[in-house]
Write a protein that binds this ligand. Structure first.
Ligand SMILES: [Zn+2]
Ligand SMILES: [Zn+2]
Length: 382
């Protein structure tokens, strides 16, 4: 669940290693077999963007847990674990944990940690950012899980630059097992994205009211992704924001112009709930805003507002380090898939991965609240 990956490593325990190797090398997506031996194979597979190397490694069942732990990494985490083992007179490698010549663990990953006197550490935490110490103290965070999420806080429809009708968005959200979805179309200044005027926002609110009257056990939240303008003001008059259930404020223009001050000013607006994609980066190649996120997170804390974890795979914004910073300051995080089409809602999975990397627990995340709980959270701040 790192932001980006290189090769794909697949680890398997197999009774018939030859059959496992053949299953990979014979796969229809394989373009070229780079190597195929008795316990290892490397292939290039076809991907959307070109090709990617996949390495398969077959190990004995009684080493599977050790190999899984070893190849999962990170390097920093494993170096610290090996040090810990040494202090206890043990040795850890990809085959197992050994005391002298005797193997005391290896088949199960949890057994590797247990042999070192630790509980199993979730892979997303394995970065040597304090997780080994916390595990030793029995104080690992209870990380958020996909099933804890009750709704999506950032989705677009055909009204702005999305491809989905309101009804299609609701169907998708329900198929994800959600109880609500916040419709957050763009505001008028985002002309390239068909941003809504106050009149159109109001009309959309009427459609949502009508839809909600028909829906049972699900609620569509009236929202907006309102532009933070170059002077830090909000792209809608206060009156247009009245009656909305959730307001995301995002920078979509003037990336070099006082982004920190603009976000802080936006957070001061009583109707704003959350800053959208706060760093502005795109993992495929845009640096992001010139922004001091620590100051923005601090302002969110003072105002009782949230910061977004935009779950789109090209954003994952905030990223893990900033998520942890927000958590440590007591700032709530809202997960939004920034859905524009039918593939969007499934991005929640990657958001959850990033949230877990940021040590987030159930109580750190707005989306674990019911729709009523979310409304209460809004009312609770003056
Ligand atoms: Zn946006
Ligand atoms: Zn958006």
């Amino acid at each position: 669940m790192r932001e980006t990956i290189g090769d794909i490593d697949i680890l398997a325990a197999a009774g018939d290693a030859e059959a496992a190797i053949a299953a990979l090398t014979g796969w229809t997506r394989v373009r070229r077999v780079l190597a195929a031996g008795e316990t290892k194979a490397s292939v290039l597979i076809e991907t959307d963007g070109g090709e990617r190397q996949v390495d398969l490694r077959i190990v004995a069942s009684d080493s599977f847990g050790a190999a899984l732990q070893y190849f999962t990494g990170s390097k920093a985490h494993n170096v610290k674990l090996r040090g810990l083992a040494k202090d206890r007179g043990l040795k850890v490698n990809e085959y197992g944990v050994f005391r002298g010549g005797k193997k005391i663990a290896g088949g199960q990953e949890a057994g590797i940690y247990e042999a070192l006197g630790l509980p199993w550490i979730p892979p997303e935490l394995r970065e040597d950012r304090g997780e080994i110490e916390r595990a030793g103290e029995g104080r690992l965070p209870v990380l958020i899980e996909r099933a804890d999420i009750r709704g999506d806080l950032h989705c677009h429809t055909k009204a702005s630059d999305g491809r989905l009708t309101l009804e299609a968005l609701v169907d998708l959200a329900r198929s994800m097992g959600h109880e609500y979805v916040a419709v957050c179309d763009h505001s008028r200044s985002a002309r390239y994205a068909g941003g809504l005027t106050p009149e159109r926002l109001k009309a959309q609110g009427g459609e949502i009211d009508a839809l909600n009257r028909r829906l049972k056990g699900f609620r569509v939240l009236k929202g907006t992704e309102v532009d933070i303008l170059p002077d830090g003001s909000i792209d809608f008059p206060d009156k247009a924001l009245e009656g909305l259930d959730f307001v995301v404020a995002s920078v979509h223009s003037a990336f070099k112009k006082d982004v920190t001050a603009r976000m802080i000013k936006a957070l001061a607006h009583p109707a704003v709930d959350m800053i959208g994609h706060p760093s502005g980066r795109l993992l495929t190649g845009r640096e992001g805003y010139e922004v001091d996120l620590e100051k923005v997170i601090e302002a969110a804390r003072e105002r009782g507002k949230a910061m977004e974890l935009n779950c789109h795979v090209d954003r994952l914004d905030l990223g893990d380090i900033r998520l942890r910073m927000a958590k440590d300051k007591g700032v709530r995080i809202g997960l939004g898939t920034d859905t524009h089409d039918a593939d969007g809602p499934a991005m929640m999975r990657f958001g959850i991965g990033q949230a877990r990397r940021g040590w987030l627990e159930n109580s750190d995340v707005l989306n674990t609240l019911t729709a009523a709980g979310l409304a209460a959270w809004r009312r609770s701040r003056k």
